[in-house]
Ligand binder design. Structure first.
Ligand code: ARG
Length: 448
């Protein structure tokens, strides 16, 4: 029963925030005259000592004392006597734990935003080097049109930008103070919630005591934002894995992110991207776990809520490790420009450009489409690209075709012609990178 109900094995990670919350609560109790000034002095010195004991790994955590809150309170009382017993006046573990999680999550969000932005910077550095590196763009994983590699990478920058915005938005709802709600109904002591909120850096107080102790929306929102981050990294991982397959041969990952096979000496396996893809499943699972945890709970606090911590902590840990390793991995990618270029050459990537060329000379698009389909079939029968056909051969498909077509049929000409905001023309990609750098410097990680 003790082992089943205890949470100290995992919620001890909240100890620093629990002490921070208790210090603010005690200051308020003294300022409002609910406890004496001498009690506050004793509580502060006791909590300081406990904090040092925990930092040094000397704190004796006890399963019998159930959770982080009771462990610390008990030790405080053994250190400073009655003052320690007064700390829990006008408070309950219900509003205490909700406060601790919010403090923990606020700090975690700030760290994770910084890590997402570090990864964005790694993407920008790589994109900058490849603002004119031609590769095939795919739809249905079939060669579609030529793009530049920098443009492909910048698509992920956009995804991560939305992720940062989601985290920053979630932080607003995390950063409200539950303390004062006590067990569920509030307290009859003359407390000052605004003072506690200010001391702890909260933007305000939770508006309803019953909601304050039972709400875990903010944790669900965070896990949803985290699941999307992992989903984005999982998609990129899938691409890295494909690109590293020798049939593509577009990139090479640094050896330290790969392993060999125990029986096949030729293998270099992209373990890190595969694990990121795999761990996305577990993060999605945490989101579903929290939603399911909440869906049947009547107001107000229920012990069910103790189950919020492990999914939340694991989401933070997995995101932290994944983002950190990913930024490093991106910086070490070797790009095989020739393989990218050859793949684009092989797939008739400029077929749309030939159709557009005919349309600009007056042909209706559907007709142009049909002509190009025939030209592609002809080229394919001789295993040649469109640009390798003779002018006389091309003219067999339409006499609108002239020698100026060869400029259009080059991969570079095709990519450069998509010259508008959001397009793959190298000049547009360079501009997008510059704007992205400006966005990053405007939204620099919150200094702590
Ligand atoms: N360990 C508990 C949790 O994580 C703390 C709150 C317990 N409150 C209670 N009334 N039993 O939710």
């Amino acid at each position: 029963m003790q082992r089943y109900t205890a949470s100290v094995s995992f919620d001890r990670r909240l100890a620093g925030h629990d002490i921070e919350g208790s210090l603010a609560h005690a200051s308020m109790l003294a300022a409002t005259g609910i406890i004496g000034a001498d009690d506050l002095v004793a509580i502060e010195s006791g909590l300081r000592q406990i904090s040092e004991e925990i930092d040094r790994g000397e704190f004796a955590w006890s399963l019998e004392l159930e959770d982080v809150h009771l462990n610390i309170e008990k030790r405080l009382t053994s250190l400073v006597g009655d003052a320690g017993k007064r700390l829990h006046t006008a408070r309950s573990r219900n509003d205490q734990v909700a406060t601790d999680i919010r403090l923990y999550l606020r700090a975690s969000i700030d760290d994770i935003i910084g890590l997402v932005q570090a990864m964005q910077k790694a993407l920008l550095d790589l994109a900058e080097k490849h603002a004119d590196t031609v590769m095939p763009g795919f739809t249905h994983l079939q060669v579609a049109q030529p793009i530049v590699f920098g443009h492909h990478l910048m698509a992920y920058f956009e995804m991560l930008k939305r992720d940062v915005e989601r985290l920053a938005d979630c932080r607003k709802r995390v950063n409200l103070l539950p303390l004062g709600a006590a067990a569920l109904a509030g307290t009859s002591y003359p407390i000052d919630r605004e003072m506690v909120a200010k001391l702890l850096g909260f933007d305000g107080v939770c508006g309803n005591s019953m909601d304050a102790v039972s709400d875990r929306d903010f944790a669900i929102e965070f896990c949803a934002a985290g699941a999307l981050i992992m989903t984005h990294l999982s998609r990129l991982s899938e691409e890295l894995i494909l690109w590293m397959n020798p049939s593509f041969g577009f990139i090479d990952l640094a050896d330290r992110f790969c392993t060999g096979s125990s029986i096949m000496p030729q293998k270099k396996n992209p373990d890190v991207p595969e694990l990121v893809r795999g761990k996305t499943g577990r993060i999605n699972g945490h989101l579903v776990a929290l939603l399911t945890l909440m869906k049947g709970q009547p107001l107000a606090y229920n012990k069910d809520n103790q189950e919020d911590k492990e999914p939340l902590f694991d989401t933070v840990d997995t995101l932290t490790d994944t983002l950190r390793i990913y930024a490093d991995m991106l910086a070490g990618i070797r790009v095989r420009k020739e393989a990218m270029r050859n793949a684009a050459m092989r797939g008739y990537a400029t077929a749309t450009d030939l159709a557009d060329y005919l349309v600009k000379k007056g042909l209706p698009f559907r007709e142009a489409h049909e002509i190009v389909a025939r030209a592609v079939r002809f080229a394919d029968s001789g295993h040649r690209d469109l640009g390798a056909l003779e002018l006389s051969e091309l003219k067999n498909f339409s006499d609108l075709i002239d020698s100026d077509i060869f400029q259009i049929l080059t991969l570079e000409g095709s990519a450069s012609s998509r010259d508008h905001v959001g397009g793959t023309a190298p000049s547009q990609v360079t501009r997008a990178i510059r704007q992205a750098r400006e966005w990053l410097s405007r939204n620099a990680p919150i200094a702590k």
